[in-house]
Design a protein around this ligand. Structure first.
Ligand SMILES: NC(=O)c1ccc[n+]([C@@H]2O[C@H](COP(=O)([O-])OP(=O)(O)OC[C@H]3O[C@@H](n4cnc5c(N)ncnc54)[C@H](OP(=O)(O)O)[C@@H]3O)[C@@H](O)[C@H]2O)c1
Length: 361
């Protein structure tokens, strides 16, 4: 043992270095694991954060603080749309996160969507500019065509967002279909990329036949197809086709029935959160069912955009990068598929908007 008076300090110093080193190694291990799935390479370049915050149905008063909270927890991706009616409030949240200096605009991925009433090429640019202005940004990372549904134009001054009815005050309000070829809308979306309003374009709610058709005429291929996807609607063939064609699939409603029970579009008994297989896997990993659903989504190569307005869920939903599902877990969750679609215009169009408007057969 050294008699030198500084020996204790030296030993303390050595121990501190060792501790720091092991902490660094642990952190490296964790961040290494994190980075492997935290983003996917986006078509056309850039990194697409694999968990984003869905903003449908989040009330205006919550968003200005929820978004900075989300950013502080590690969220970098926000999924928005004209139709959600809350892009101004999302913009306030994004503005607060940016002015707080937590992140710069380049660190964020912001998606918005073209509504059904703006498909005619004459209206696409104005609709995109309105979302840009409401969100308070100069450019979108991704702009999607929300549905393969073409409804009659409603001017901004008359109603914004216009929703599904042509005239909600009519005696028998209904949706009003107009013929606009999808290729025309898509061409106007490509122009938005040319003009620097959006970095990437994509589609939503499309199956393989329409995707193949777009591939035949697109100058700029769709980066993303955003579709309903969860363990009860795993859409294996669509996912495989998109992966082979380098289209990232974003899974919306990743928790299945949860979003639709309050809307009367799903039964409480269909909840993923009561599923025995999900419960078993969650228990084995010491994770929640929500985290298992999201981890499954990301591990099979999809981006997931869970919505929450609850801070506890917000935190939970981004903490999915520190564990891995086994091949057996993945297969067990794949096996839960029941082709159960909750968000189907053929169903809700008729039930809520007096119009039979099928897009899935
Ligand atoms: N392109 C399209 O046509 C389309 C269609 C539908 C949705 N989307 C997008 O996808 C996003 C997500 O889909 P979604 O909103 O339908 O449904 P979702 O994210 O699957 O589910 C949301 C529901 O789950 C609850 N929840 C969230 N985290 C939870 C957790 N960890 N544990 C238990 N419950 C949890 C939420 O309640 P709390 O808020 O209380 O947490 C809410 O009731 C939307 O917000 C929207 O951005 C796109």
């Amino acid at each position: 043992m050294c008699a030198c008076p500084t020996a204790g300090k030296l030993n303390d110093g050595k121990r501190a270095v060792e501790l720091l080193d092991s902490r660094r190694k642990r952190l490296y291990k964790r961040s290494h694991m994190d980075e492997s799935k935290r983003t996917f390479a986006a078509r056309g370049g850039g990194a697409f954060p694999t968990v984003g915050l869905g903003t449908w149905k989040i009330p205006d008063e919550v968003l200005p603080t929820l978004i900075p909270d989300a950013v502080a927890m590690g969220y970098r991706h926000f999924d928005c749309a004209c139709d959600y009616g809350n892009e101004v409030a999302v913009g306030k949240g994004i503005g607060a996160a940016l002015s707080g200096g937590q992140v710069s605009r380049d660190d964020l991925w912001i998606t918005s969507k073209l509504w059904n009433t703006y498909h005619h090429p004459d209206h696409v640019r104005a609709a995109c500019e309105r979302s840009l202005s409401d969100l308070g940004v100069d450019e979108l990372d991704l702009y999607l065509i929300h549905f393969p549904v073409t409804l009659a134009y409603v001017p901004f001054e008359e109603r914004y967002p216009p929703g599904w009815f042509f005239d909600p005050d009519a005696e028998n309000p209904a949706m009003k279909h107009v013929n606009v070829p999808y290729a025309d809308t898509y061409g106007a979306m490509e122009k938005l990329v040319d003009d620097g309003l959006v970095k990437r374009i994509g589609v939503c709610n499309l199956g393989t036949a329409m995707l193949r058709d777009i591939r035949a005429y697109a100058r700029i291929q769709p980066a993303v197809n955003q579709v309903e996807m969860h363990p009860y609607l795993s859409q294996q063939r669509l996912l495989r086709y998109c992966q082979e064609d380098d289209i990232t699939v974003t899974a919306f409603s990743p928790f299945g029935a949860s979003s639709y029970v309050p809307l009367g579009m799903a039964k409480a008994t269909e909840s993923l959160f009561d599923d025995k297989v999900m419960k078993g896997i969650a228990g084995a990993h010491g994770k929640t069912i929500g985290q298992i659903a999201l981890r499954w989504a990301v591990q099979r190569g999809t981006v997931a955009i869970p919505k929450t307005e609850t801070v506890e869920h917000l935190k939970e939903n981004i903490e999915i990068y520190d564990f891995e599902l086994t091949a057996a877990d993945m297969a067990a969750i794949d096996g839960l598929n029941r082709d159960r679609r909750f968000n189907d215009p053929a169903e809700f169009g008729e039930a809520a908007f007096n119009t039979f408007y099928p897009i899935f057969d």
